[in-house]
Design a protein around this ligand. Structure first.
Ligand SMILES: [Zn+2]
Length: 498
């Protein structure tokens, strides 16, 4: 998790460099005295915020992945930036020190009137090996309007991603590491199960063995079978309870290989397996089984009743089927027939799921903005709704309000498998992303994020306006004048003439 955090911080650092127009970047640069358009070679923490201190700590690692693509050479600094492929900043390779006054020279300073490199100005300072590399690089064209640009060398696209930052930090050398990461994010199970898999893969779950090692408990044995040393391997594969369970689902041949592979490889191998069991992809079934083995184990540890073998079998089958069903539903959304009407209309959610459609609207003066939403089940029945007056905000703000209220209502009504549908694409992207914007919406977005992190399953998807009519209509109702959320039940449906 430590490296995960660092990769998120690197993302901030990357933004600091490449997104100079962002308000928070401007503020940070101003506060810590970094002129615009420059990439500081070093950052000094000094008196500063926690976030800044963290950025300072990862700065050198970030710069290692940062490379320059040459344009007109007005921005790249010859000695300080990384622009010679695969080579450190040249200042670190000099054979004799560079004059202080020349350190900030840009690349175009070293281009002569004929468009070639001014070798005489730098060759004495650099080893031959580096000079050879420079010789292979066409000098910038100072008159060109093509600006120098920065790219991220750890990803193929040149764009920064937390994933590539993570791999650059961990240097996961063996292929199982990468395969594991990919297979886990590909596995069509809810986020919560994936997080579990990721923790399991990294052996980061608090098993009794781990807790004992950290002096949290005295006894490291298994609470279920009394066996010594309850490791994750024990919970998932060795405990008699698990062996019995796998015996139920695996073929003789698969059972034979159950204990032989190392745990990580075993996880990956199963997540990659393409077969099906009772109509469910094996990867989903396998992930669900591991997840529930861990969950029921936790219940026993905290003193709840044990689950019988048959109960556990039923639970796994039911959950795995519902995950598969949800996945089929969402893939069908993605690859649906191109008939327009089909694409833009409203569709029922899968069984055991509810769909929340929300929308925001600006009303005429002096009414400000409002939002509305409607909750429907797998049969398309209206099971709840709300309208709320917000006050003065933008359409974007009103949409966010709608999403927040819709989720809150669904949660309060006890639903735990939700599709949230909005007709505003940028709101959908924002909520599905990881960024919390630094603007007036920051607070509401973080409130929504907090809701999303509760123990439930949520998919946020975009729907065309035509499909979101009911919510749109609710949001723009003039009749509602109260300043609090008005919940609507089925009775209101008739009253409102919907
Ligand atoms: Zn056991």
């Amino acid at each position: 998790m430590y490296d995960m955090n660092r990769s998120f911080i690197m993302k901030l650092g990357w933004e600091l460099i490449t997104n100079p127009k962002a308000l928070w970047v401007k503020l940070m640069r101003a506060k810590y005295g970094i002129p615009d358009d420059t990439i500081p070679y070093e950052l000094t923490p000094g008196k500063c915020s926690h976030a800044w201190w963290n950025i300072c700590k990862i700065w050198s690692r970030l710069l290692e992945g940062l490379n320059w693509a040459i344009g007109n050479g007005h921005t790249i600094r010859f000695w300080l930036d990384r622009w010679v492929g695969g080579v450190k900043p040249l200042i670190e390779l000099t054979t004799i020190p560079i004059l202080e006054s020349r350190r900030g020279d840009t690349l175009c300073t070293y281009v002569n009137e004929f468009g070639g490199w001014c070798w005489a100005d730098f060759e004495a300072y650099l080893p031959a090996e580096v000079l050879l590399r420079i010789a292979a690089i066409p000098p910038p064209i100072p008159q060109s309007s093509d600006e120098d640009s920065v790219y991220w060398s750890h990803s193929e696209s040149g764009k920064f991603s937390t994933y590539s930052a993570y791999t650059s930090l961990t240097h996961m050398p063996w292929s199982v590491g990468n395969a594991g990461w990919k297979m886990i994010w590909k596995c069509a199970v809810p986020e919560r199960v994936r997080t579990f898999l990721w923790l399991a893969f990294n052996d980061a779950l608090l098993t009794n063995e781990v807790r004992h090692r950290r002096h949290m408990i005295d006894f490291d044995g298994c609470d279920q079978c009394g066996g010594d040393s309850e490791s994750l391997n024990h919970i998932l594969r060795e405990c008699p309870r698990s062996v019995l369970l796998w015996g139920h689902f695996l073929s003789i041949e698969q059972l034979g290989s159950l204990p032989t592979l190392p745990l990580q490889e075993w996880l990956v191998k199963n997540l990659m397996c393409g077969t099906k069991i009772i109509g469910v992809e094996w990867s989903i079934f396998f992930a669900t089984t591991c997840w529930l083995l861990w969950n029921t184990r936790n219940r026993i540890v905290i003193g709840e009743e044990t689950v019988s073998h048959m109960e556990l079998c039923h639970m796994i089958t039911a959950k795995a089927k519902s995950f598969q069903q949800a996945n089929d539903f969402f893939t069908s959304l993605k690859h649906d027939s191109p008939s327009k009407e089909h694409l833009i209309g409203w569709h029922c959610p899968p069984e055991h799921w509810v769909k929340v459609n929300t929308d925001g609207a600006l009303k005429e003066e002096p009414f400000g903005a409002s939002a509305g939403g409607i909750i429907r089940n797998a049969y398309g029945d209206w099971i709840g709704g709300f309208v709320v007056n917000i006050g003065k905000t933008s359409v974007f703000g009103a949409e966010l309000w709608g999403a927040l209220q819709g989720l809150q209502l669904a949660w309060d009504m006890g639903f735990r498998q939700i599709v949230l549908e909005l007709d505003n694409k940028s709101v959908v992207e924002l909520l599905n992303g990881e960024k919390i914007p630094l603007n007036q919406h920051r607070h509401i977005v973080s409130l929504i994020r907090q809701l999303l992190q509760r123990r439930w399953f949520i998919r946020i998807v975009h729907i065309h306006r035509e499909g979101n009519r009911a919510a749109d209509w609710l949001a723009s109702m003039q009749r509602i004048t109260r300043w609090e959320v008005t919940s609507l039940n089925i009775a209101h449906r008739h009253y409102l003439g919907y």
